[in-house]
Write a protein that binds this ligand. Sequence first.
Ligand code: NAP
Length: 326
Amino acid sequence: MSKPKALATRPLFPAARAILENNFDVEYWPVQEKIPRAELLKRVADKDALVCLLTEKVDDELLGDAPKLRIVSTVSVGYDHIDVPACTRRNVMVTNTPGVLDETTADLAWALLMAVARRVVEGDAWMRTGTWPGWELNQLLGSDVFGKTLGVVGFGRIGRRVARRALGFQMRVLYYNRSRAEAEVERELHAEYADMDRLLRESDFVSLHVPLNAETRHLMSTSSFEKMKRTAYLINTARGPVVDEAALVRALEEKKIAGAALDVYENEPKAHSGLLARRDVVLAPHIGSATIETRTKMAVMAATNAADFFAGRRPPNALNADALRS
Ligand code: NAP
């Protein structure tokens, strides 16, 4: 019997390829660069499964061009690039890769927090010019991290990992989430529930960990920056459009906040031009989950989700399984 056909929009990793090749006739987009939209639409047209990344928009147009498609398996936990209701309407399953990237992404949020608070990137740039004159009392003065207040916005898998790391820095942790966490979790993480207003007013570091959805788009806007302390920093490893980037640039220019460290942008791969020359900003190129271990686990998980589906099993990370016609 012939195998189902899959399109993988990157070469992936050997461990993930092995799973796919055992279960599918696989076509890979052969280079580590985003597949052009026209190529994606052309190549997905006769496929039963699509293994994609967050750089591929899966919308009605794509689904219309791929009448045989049964599953979209994204190598990411965020799935704002996929129109899940449109997939459900066409009986296409959607899966993601939760859980395996939590610690890695929390590490990056902390790396950014530390980098912006302690001006690590500015220091690095200075050293490379060869012009550092030697130790001085008032050079590159940053802000303490230990003992300060961390505000975690979105207290899910990654937000909680970020909060746990703050225990070691003897920080006070406030969190905001649409649903309150269990008392046991709050106790264990020494985290206190606060509404968004209070979190913004009292936090020295505001770290974003909500998914991008209709309610979280531009969650951080001009009025949010007005509420923050002038000495506070924003860290965004969630999704770019959770922050109104133009409003952030204005808030930095007007010194409403002390700085920002970003891994994600409203219009990737571009960052707002007003951010680029600022010394109070640290910019990372969407590397939250970018370690060899974690990216391999994510790709394996995505391949397994697709393979399980065609083996007649419910994929472990199905987002719309209950809504599909049986
Ligand atoms: P998660 O476990 O689903 O946690 C998200 C949390 O946000 C949940 O607790 C959820 O509340 C809360 N939330 C959702 N909508 C909200 C709203 N409108 N207002 C307030 N809270 C809301 O997800 P995760 O695995 O931690 O990942 C979070 C996001 O991080 C992903 O969606 C992805 O976009 C981003 N991410 C980025 C990178 C990177 O490379 N930078 C890597 C991994 C993930 P409920 O508990 O009520 O649902």
